[in-house]
Design a protein around this ligand. Sequence first.
Ligand SMILES: [Zn+2]
Length: 386
Amino acid sequence: MKRDAVFVYSDQLLRYRFSENHPFNQFRLTLTIDLLKQLGALDDSQIIAPRMAADEELTLIHDLEYVEAVKKAGRGELSESAGEGYGLGTEDTPMFKDMHEASAFLVGGTLTAADQVMTGQAAHAVHLGGGLHHGFRGKASGFCIYNDSSVAIKYLQEKYKARVLYVDTDAHHGDGVQWSFYDDPEVATYSIHETGRYLFPGTGNVNERGHGQGYGYAFNVPLDAFTENESWLDSYETTLREVAHFFKPDVILTQNGADAHYHDPLTHLSATMDIYKHIPALAHELAHEYCDGRWIAVGGGGYDIWRVVPRAWALLWLEMTEQQHLTKSFPKEWPAKWQPKAPYPLPDSWTDPADLYPAIPRKSEITEKNKLTVDKLLYPLRSQKK
Ligand SMILES: [Zn+2]
């Protein structure tokens, strides 16, 4: 029997931890699952365990030499100087014990989600442990060791002959995935993010459109710093609808980084919880419109693990399982349980207060700038139609 949605998770995913104080903290998975369970929105029968990706799967994207280096690093056998060339042992991606196994589970989780959807066992699947979009062929970058989305897209192409639309709503540019498929017209990559002018990784300009045969299949919406909900959502909805219509994918893979929120400590956008309701709603709609429902969702960034990520990712699951009615109330047990551990007052509502942040004086200028970016992105698609 086909299920509506499955939730890929096991405690193995918590092994991906660089150090005690590193901002990338998978404890947010525990907090998200607890919130969903308190809400009565996630049943154990909907949870399936990730498998570990095999070396042959990792090397669909990554160099074998790099995989070997990650294995060595996880055993404490890679010197600092040898690690440097692979981006391992840096401040962003320090080496840690068994880092290969931990990272291979993250990739395996996304492959598990992909198989569930492509074999029709579930219409949709979510793997919040994945979404490590900065991983490169032979190099770790930006908290990412292996790039689960890139591996999964290649896997979807080879095993299922699928045309994949990758949609990345993380506040950082989805550079690793973009470069993996930059010359491939069978994959469309779409990333909406804070402009790289002041933010890692610095790429994701609107004129990065692909290369060779793949020219015209990479899409970037770099938003001005301090962009608020209205302009964020307007830019997203306008562009993604046209991109999906142009590309007509067989399956949609969304990366759901939750770091565009005002509270996020690493970025400079001014969105609130509202966008996390609308982001998955459009992905869901487009998956049914173009892909017979086939939708795979992964996690990503998100560094306010207490006030932002659990609610944002819970909203993703509620959308996927059509349980939005559950947001009529917020489970009081959740903040009560976790408050003693949290560094800030925890939310007790699905929305943020209207006075979350002070008014932004450049608001209209930011909105205008984003409109110009959207027009620039869509111009080739619109002129093609004529
Ligand atoms: Zn990010």
